[in-house]
Design a protein around this ligand. Structure first.
Ligand SMILES: *Cc1c(COP(=O)(O)O)cnc(C)c1O
Length: 230
């Protein structure tokens, strides 16, 4: 079932790219496997899928141990500073940095391991109180501070748009995040590149691609509904 679901999502990703006059190669489809068993991830490996998203450090680490090392694990959920040490060398990209303190902790761990950690800054683009993320107006200042840290590399922005039934309602937020990214890129800040725009989930990834997403994070559309009651 997951293989068929992925094929359907892939088809829609291609169509959205076409509508937007973009190349399919500009968009990374991240299969969000949180709460789902390793066996479901394994079903997707023969087809070449290697980008998987997890929102909890412990779950990412457990799956990391059990699965091939060429998988690219994306940490997409809120990260607590005391868990940074477990994940800096396992995640290919941390999508959810929204405070200087968290960035400092990541940089300190990275220095210890003599590595550079790529991150995205999470923006609360709709100003929802329930969500993590820095406000659009504070984003540039935060990035300027993070960029001074020795072992961190800001690759772009991430957002979790509001939960809506009509994806068109989120189009303006995606447009705004893209604008913010272009604006910050134009400032040419050292250690900041703004090549990545991680936005769009099962309900709205096509709209996000039309508005410039370079990474979409699709869970339910590939793996089915999540059941949090175990
Ligand atoms: C769970 C999650 C997703 C995937 O959500 P779906 O609606 O199931 O596609 C994407 N991004 C983040 C940050 C998530 O936590």
């Amino acid at each position: 079932m997951v293989v068929e679901n992925l094929a359907e999502v892939e088809r829609k990703v291609c169509e959205a790219c076409k509508r937007a006059g973009r190349s399919r190669s500009e968009v990374t489809l991240i299969a969000v496997s949180k709460t789902k068993p390793v066996s479901m991830i394994e079903e997707l490996l023969p087809g070449g899928t290697r980008d998987f998203g997890e929102n909890k450090v412990q779950e990412l680490c457990e799956k990391y141990e059990q699965l091939p090392k060429d998988i690219r694990w994306h940490l997409i959920g809120h990260l607590q500073r005391n868990k940074v040490k477990y994940v800096v060398d396992k995640a290919c990209l941390i999508h959810s940095v929204d405070t200087l303190r968290l960035a400092q902790t990541i940089s300190e761990e990275a220095v210890k391991r003599q590595m550079i950690v790529p991150i995205l800054v999470e923006v609360n683009v709709a100003g929802e109180e329930s969500k993590f993320g820095v406000s659009p107006k504070d984003t540039e200042d935060l990035i300027r501070e993070i960029a001074k840290l020795p072992a961190i590399f800001v690759q772009g922005l991430m957002t979790i748009a509001p939960f809506v039934t009509d994806p068109e309602e989120n189009r303006e937020y995606f447009v705004n995040l893209k604008k913010l990214s272009v604006d910050i890129k134009s400032k040419n800040i050292d250690n900041v590149c703004m090549n990545v725009l991680s936005m769009g989930m099962t309900g709205d990834y096509e709209v996000a691609i039309e508005e410039g997403a370079t990474m979409v994070r699709v869970g339910t559309g590939i793996f089915g509904e999540r059941n949090y009651i175990k």
